[in-house]
Design a protein around this ligand. Sequence first.
Ligand code: ADE
Length: 323
Amino acid sequence: NNYMDIQALAEANKKDIWEIETKNLLVQEDHLLGNGAFANVYKGIVKGKIPLLVVNNSLNMTVESENNGHFEAAVKKLPAHADEQNHLDFFHEIEFMKRLGHHPHVISMLGCVSSPFEPLIVVEYCSRGDLLKFLRRHKDYVLLNKTDDCPVEADMCLRIKDLVSIAWQVADGMSYLASKNFIHRDLAARNILLTKSLTAKISDFGLCRYMDSALYTAKGGRLPIKWMSIEALKLYEFSSKSDVWSFGVLLFEIFSMGDVPYPTVQQMDMLDHLLSGGRLPQPIKCPNEIFNIMRKCWEEKPEDRPEFNEMRGEITVMLNLDD
Ligand code: ADE
């Protein structure tokens, strides 16, 4: 019937728009950005038309890593031993990334290769890598006073305002995801990527989720226990409000410059710890306004926690204050 034909055509068309010809894609197999049980991510270069820019041409978008019609990219690939289920998950992820749309604080797919044998997902390249390692690298270079001079190269040093800005950008990206009814479930510093200009991008829609398996519990679930809300730990209930809880833990990571949360609590004791009122402390460099937001993220009842757009508004106020 006609309707089906049109739908099939529309689907095929959409696919064409996102498809990158392999002759226009160079995957640098010797430049691994991350690897895990279900995917490897390599540095890559895309030449010619970038599907993302074609799809969004009305937005007059630019990609930061453009250079003479060559775009730096990160290319996600299935490992050699991937089974049929891994392939299916990978194709679902491609469809998900197409639907995600573009937002400056959410990682964008530049395009894909949907070959049944070697499918590829091509995303924006973020040259400063993940936020957790970035924070740990810069731990000794946070300037507390406006007048402090940076004792090393200028771009090693960070100010509290830079940290607040990263927090704002993540709240902004999460407001967008929540507005599309998308639940992230693994919001953590390891899943935020940073560009050259310190733009923060929420990642992990499968891309980073598989990359650091040591951080997940071994008990089958692969769950990020120390980022999980009480209801997620107790009942496996995930919602935007459980993402808000994780955002509170991410704020702790940012302002402690990458400390491990609850270092003395075993994963299996986390639920009891939280139920008896245990929460993360205020990091030394954390402004009171941010700590107040963190505490609200960890309210036991999900409905008592703030929305992402409320938190974005509160952080906006902080960024606009003259320090
Ligand atoms: N590691 C994983 N994804 C990446 C990306 N998009 N850019 C840089 N490093 C990454």
